[in-house]
Design a binder for this molecule. Structure first.
Ligand code: GUN
Length: 288
């Protein structure tokens, strides 16, 4: 039986519709959610991401401010801008687009963002809260994966989830969130020996490898749920994921396409986190 194709674009769209209503309600109560995005340098991929974030904010009614700086901006200047935004009452989310130029410490910059405004979920306070199963801002791509599975009524409970990749942005948080959902979790990475032996046992595979069409049908258990986080170009320059979609869909039970799978969910969860940040601030003010 052919796999169910999980339509990330449609799921993202329906969540954005809900967020639009939430934002309208917040505005009626006198608060406009605000997101500040900082971009340092001219990396073309980063510029595209930032433009898309800006567009997505406008779509749901979130106020967004983009700060573009030349690559030679000093670390101190960047830290000062982050501090200013931490203090700005109109800003509920701060995102510093990565990667940063080599002379700026990403760790220092992430540490400087107020955890209450860290809508990327990169601050050690948010990562720590996630690790102990508490509410926090979760990294947008893995959070989007969990939401997508939820919307598709695919439960993780008791399932064997195999995550391929151990980055701080995707692999590690995906493993922690899958664990929070009561999956049995295996984390594989570039040094894993006999990777296929693990993936063939997986009920759910989350592939964040960064290699075009890396995972094939023969690496999958029949009926597995396959989540493809990859964004690669194939031999013809066409956008493709980490999974060989055409072969994998013959074996998988459900699979996300690239494009149109995980991708649209990532920015959606950034919007979600920004709206959440406003709600949390209001809840804190009410409890004082
Ligand atoms: N660069 C690539 N992905 C991301 C992301 O999710 N957030 C930020 N801030 N930078 C990125």
């Amino acid at each position: 039986m052919a796999a169910t194709i999980i339509d990330g674009k449609a799921i993202a769209q329906s969540i954005r519709q809900e967020l639009k209503k939430d934002v309208a309600e917040l505005k009626r109560n006198g608060v406009t959610p605000g997101l500040a995005v900082i971009l340092v340098g001219e990396d073309p991929a980063s510029q595209t991401y930032v433009r898309n974030k800006d567009k997505a904010c406008a779509e749901v009614g979130i106020h967004s401010e983009i700060y573009r700086y030349p690559a030679h901006l000093s670390e101190a200047e960047l830290l000062a801008k982050v501090e200013e935004l931490n203090q700005d009452n109109n800003i509920h989310g701060i995102l510093v687009q990565l990667p940063l130029p080599a002379h700026i410490s990403e760790d220092k910059v992430i540490d400087a963002i107020s955890p209450e405004k860290d809508v990327d979920g990169f601050h050690p306070v948010n990562v720590g809260k996630m690790a102990i199963g508490k509410e926090a801002f979760y990294s947008c791509t893995p959070f989007g994966i969990i939401k997508m599975l939820e919307r598709e009524n695919i439960s993780l409970e008791g399932k064997h989830a195999v995550v391929i990749g151990r980055s701080n942005i995707v692999g590690k948080p995906a493993a922690l969130l899958a664990l929070k959902e009561s999956a049995t979790v295996t984390v594989c990475h570039s040094r894993t020996k006999d990777l296929s032996a693990f993936t063939r046992q997986a009920d759910i595979v989350i592939a964040a490898v960064g290699k075009a069409k890396f995972l094939k049908a023969e690496d999958l258990k029949p009926g597995a749920v396959v989540i493809d986080v990859g964004m690669n170009r194939d031999e013809n320059g066409k956008l493709c994921g980490d999974v060989d979609f055409e072969s994998a869909k013959q074996v998988a039970g459900a699979i996300t396409p690239v494009p149109g799978g995980v991708g649209p969910m990532t920015i959606t969860m950034l919007l979600f986190n920004t709206v959440q940040s406003v709600k949390q601030k209001a809840a804190m003010a009410n409890s004082k």
